[in-house]
Design a protein around this ligand. Structure first.
Ligand code: NAP
Ligand code: MG
Length: 513
């Protein structure tokens, strides 16, 4: 077992080469977290060792943090068996009793918040101010919110029969909000009386494993929550397992399609006593439009743009990655955006002043680099505010000695046919387009295969309501962006998936009525 001194990783993290004449003093996070050398799987309330393991790495330092267990199909089988045997008792508990467990998990997340925030930042690269102020508090809020529903489910869907749990839920989550996504998935499932087998993403397993510790600490009955770590093969074993009743997946559209196909083609074994198909919800990718009208408050809109695309290094499914600015204010908006972006601090994620942390993995870093190359090759103009270098890929990525870092940047003179305007990049890269009329804004914004989120900035309430109704997006933010709350349903349509998480709508995915 090792205790990691977060200051050590601070010293080794890179500073941008284009340092401004004056700078903030370093403000490194001082909390120390203990990370085991090796982690097992959490199955049936016990830690299960595996022969195969893989490294989990701190993307800011490129150093290994721990060895994480690689679960194979037999481990998934054990986890499903544990969840199945825990299900009848858990489902039969009075809602008030289940609610108490959820309240305890929420409280324990709050009590261990600082440690969880540091771990999230070390394992995933996001700035400590985001994991501390957004990810971890929201994860606790999801457990609190669903604890409140546990004994009120009979009132959730008026006019319908009292809802019943579905059974064992297989849940697969991505790396961009590791603990938060785990909370989004586990809290509603448990509140409704289901048991779960959850697989975190390969690069960010550590906080899900801490959550397993928390389940243990608060005395959650064994088997109600099982955490199996591993790569895509572990996810596949969950998807294909015959005794899982529901799959909840958050991740890329590509894998989402593959899962939809597998679930559609599956023959459910008759001996399970079920003839109905496995249930499925998919929360997938996005390329969300962010629309700025000439009557918007431009300074506020610029803050919204920054929050919309550079939050969490742009590793956000609903990132406002396509910016549409009304032509009459395009130059002024870009000038203000340029100025604001040049003040964003890129670097050590554990520094409390850092705005943009490390890219989650080498693989994602390479993907972003490829997209920037493609944008330049297609003729869009790359702008990297605050960089003295000519606008090439190295002005985004150069000057960092260690770690995977990208400076926030945007492309202007983008055509709707460019790849940077059509495909999800999942990095701090904004595509800027323009429009003349609201009609044109709608038509351009909806010209995408995705439909997750959208943002509108205008001073006119009537325009807001008209636009919001016509935008093809699951979530529309008005004069704000990237706001999340457990009471508010979140999800997409078109190739951004189906099903909702959060709010009363999110409960529906975890019950039969
Ligand atoms: P991903 O590659 O699709 O992976 C998501 C999860 O699926 C990971 O745990 C992954 O394991 C696992 N997986 C990989 N191959 C699988 C397979 N064949 N069968 C079952 N599971 C498999 O996505 P990502 O790159 O981690 O995450 C980024 C994507 O998630 C983006 O497209 C983003 O928009 C989307 N996202 C959507 C939402 C939403 O609410 N709509 C929220 C957050 C993120 P490994 O980690 O080992 O590969
Ligand atoms: Mg990692």
């Amino acid at each position: 077992m090792t205790t990691v001194d977060t200051k050590a990783s601070t010293r080794s993290a890179a500073a941008p080469s284009h340092a401004v004449p004056w700078d903030y003093a370093p403000a490194p996070e001082s909390v120390k977290v203990t990370i085991q050398d090796r982690y097992g799987l959490y199955i049936g309330g016990k830690w299960v060792a595996t022969n195969a393991t893989f490294d989990t790495v701190n993307p800011a330092t490129e150093q290994s943090l721990s060895q994480v267990a690689q679960a194979d199909a037999s481990h998934v089988d054990q986890a499903v068996a544990a969840a199945r045997s825990a299900f009848p008792v858990w489902a039969a508990l009075p809602g008030k009793e289940r609610g108490k467990y959820l309240f305890r998990i929420a409280r324990r997340i709050q009590e261990r918040a600082r440690e969880l925030a540091v771990l999230e930042t070390m394992d995933g690269g996001k700035p400590i101010k985001e994991s501390r102020d957004i990810d971890i508090p929201l994860a606790a809020a999801h457990f609190f919110y669903h604890a409140g529903w546990a004994d009120k489910l009979a009132y959730a869907f008026p006019g319908q029969a009292a809802p019943k749990p579905i059974g064992v839920c297989g849940q697969i989550i991505p790396w961009n909000f590791p603990l938060l996504m785990a909370a989004w998935k586990i809290a509603p499932a448990l509140a409704c009386g289901n048991t779960v087998v959850l697989k975190p993403a390969e690069t960010t397993s550590l906080t899900a494993l801490r959550l397993a510790e928390i389940c243990d600490e608060i005395g959650l009955p064994p088997g109600v929550v099982n955490i199996v770590t591993g790569d895509g093969r572990t996810g596949e074993a969950i998807v294909n397992h015959p005794y899982i009743d529901k799959i909840a997946f958050t991740g890329s559209t590509e894998i989402g399609k593959r899962i939809a196909r597998a679930v559609a083609e599956e023959q459910r074994p008759t001996q399970s006593g079920r003839t109905d198909a496995k249930r499925l919800t998919l929360e997938l990718g996005g390329k969300s439009p962010h629309i700025i009208f000439e009557d918007a408050s431009l300074d506020q809109a610029v803050e919204g743009i920054v929050q919309g695309i550079f939050f969490n290094q742009g590793h956000v499914c609903c990132a406002g990655s396509r910016l549409f600015v009304q032509e009459s204010v395009l130059d002024e908006t870009l000038e203000r955006l340029n100025r604001r972006m040049s003040t964003l601090r890129v670097g050590d994620p554990l520094d409390k002043n850092t705005d943009v942390g490390a890219i989650n993995s080498k693989q994602q870093f390479d993907t972003i680099t490829r997209y920037i190359d493609a944008g330049i090759a297609e003729g869009a103009e790359l702008c990297v505010p605050g960089s003295d270098n000519p606008s090439t890929v190295s002005s985004v990525t150069g000057g960092f000695d260690v770690g995977h870092f990208c400076r926030p940047c945007f492309f202007r003179n983008v055509q709707p046919s460019h790849r940077v305007a059509r495909e999800e990049i999942f990095g701090p890269v904004l595509a800027v387009l323009s429009f003349r009329t609201p009609e044109e804004a709608i038509q351009r914004a909806n010209n995408t295969r995705f439909g997750l989120a959208a943002g509108i900035w205008t001073d006119k309430g009537s325009k807001i309501f008209d636009m919001a109704a016509r935008l093809e997006a699951g979530v529309v933010w008005l004069n704000t962006y990237n706001r999340f709350d457990p009471t508010s349903p979140f999800g997409g349509y078109k190739e951004s998936g189906f099903g909702r998480e959060g709010g009363r709508h999110g409960l529906r995915a975890y019950v039969t009525t």
